[in-house]
Design a binder for this molecule. Sequence first.
Ligand SMILES: Cc1cc2nc3c(=O)[nH]c(=O)nc-3n(C[C@H](O)[C@H](O)[C@H](O)COP(=O)(O)OP(=O)(O)OC[C@H]3O[C@@H](n4cnc5c(N)ncnc54)[C@H](O)[C@@H]3O)c2cc1C
Length: 404
Amino acid sequence: MKTSDVIVIGGGLAGFMAAAAAASRKQSVTLLTYGSGSLPLASGAIDFFDAKIPESAIKDLPDTHPYKKIGAKALDDATKFFCEITAQANLPYVGRLSTQIPIVTAVGTLKYSALVPESMDASKIISKSKIFVVEIAGLKDFYASMIIDNLKKHFHDRTFQAVKIDLKLLGGRDITCMDAAQLLTDNEQPLANELKALNATPDDAIIIPPILGVAGNFSRDVVKTQLRADIFETTCLPPSPAGMRLQRAFMKYLQKSGVKILENSKVVRGVVEGKKVTGVVVENVVREKTFPARKVILATGGFYSGGITLRDFDKPKEPIFDLPVFFPEGAENWSNTELFSGKPQGFSTTGILTDDKLRPVDSSGKVLFDNLHVVGANLGGCDKIFERSSGGIAISSAFKAATI
Ligand SMILES: Cc1cc2nc3c(=O)[nH]c(=O)nc-3n(C[C@H](O)[C@H](O)[C@H](O)COP(=O)(O)OP(=O)(O)OC[C@H]3O[C@@H](n4cnc5c(N)ncnc54)[C@H](O)[C@@H]3O)c2cc1C
């Protein structure tokens, strides 16, 4: 079998970004993954750090933090490259590392992220005087009155109007936002007609659940061009059309760039010669197959995707290369007694530690493999959920590993 310049293991945000960045540098890339990845579950926003100015907060992190291994240049370049990929798929993102942009959540609170899909950019709502919140009959977990109650805390002196429309999707059965987005793709006119009937003006904002199609902003464009008011999508409970749009944008880029994508390919072990990984072994129903590579990027996610497993409480394992996994020693450091304690959770810092080239290291800091790089959720040493850095670490570590 032909040797790939780069093999990427894992089809989540980090794996897609790594494959795209390597392909953009004219590398031959094979992406091996199984399962649908977590992108269709994610909000679609890319969080870099929970601080007013993420860029400044990242500069102040300790040297052991994954962002310090990634470095400011890769962070910046990754952000630009991410925006290029999404723009090419008509899924423009807005934002940058020096700011946080609000998006309206499914319950009407505001969530701040550094990069958000343009369709969710709620910063523009600030200048609006009247806000319509549109509920769809039969759509689960979206209540206009609750959203308005919460939005009133942020947008004072505005007029709010709750509206309920019936698009007769699935004959009135309960549906999710993903169902609605799929049903409305290339069938946007019933929604456009209902929204036109609101007679909203350019001074108004229309807030709706994220149902504007599953591919880029194509459905949004059809609806928006028929309205005088601007239209804003909220987040929703998983599965999420915004995450699905991002997944599709990456798939489009990867296919166009000639990346070989092998789904349902579970990598079971690496093939190594001394400090070099020469390939990986994929298990399928009847036999095992070896894929040779010059460089391997491990983007298998953390606990949630099987990138790190935990059979015994204090022995987390990385199942493919048996890499050492950092975790906080002592049960008392494993978790806080209060879930919302305002402090990081020890178990969430579990993961693989690396050098500045994102190559795995042992407890003494020695690099274990010269051509293996670890990216995304399986990087250890910080609580990505607490500091809200999952997306930023995923795209920037992937970009660095692929372009180094
Ligand atoms: C519900 C939810 C909401 C989120 N919301 C946000 C948000 O608002 N903002 C934000 O910044 N981030 C958010 N994230 C996180 C964001 O999507 C992360 O960046 C992401 O989960 C980490 O990406 P990853 O690619 O490292 O891992 P994952 O997405 O977990 O992907 C790992 C992939 O590797 C595959 N894999 C694992 N083992 C193997 C193997 N042996 N062989 C082949 N393939 C394998 C898995 O099947 C999976 O496809 C959210 C995540 C979830 C789940």
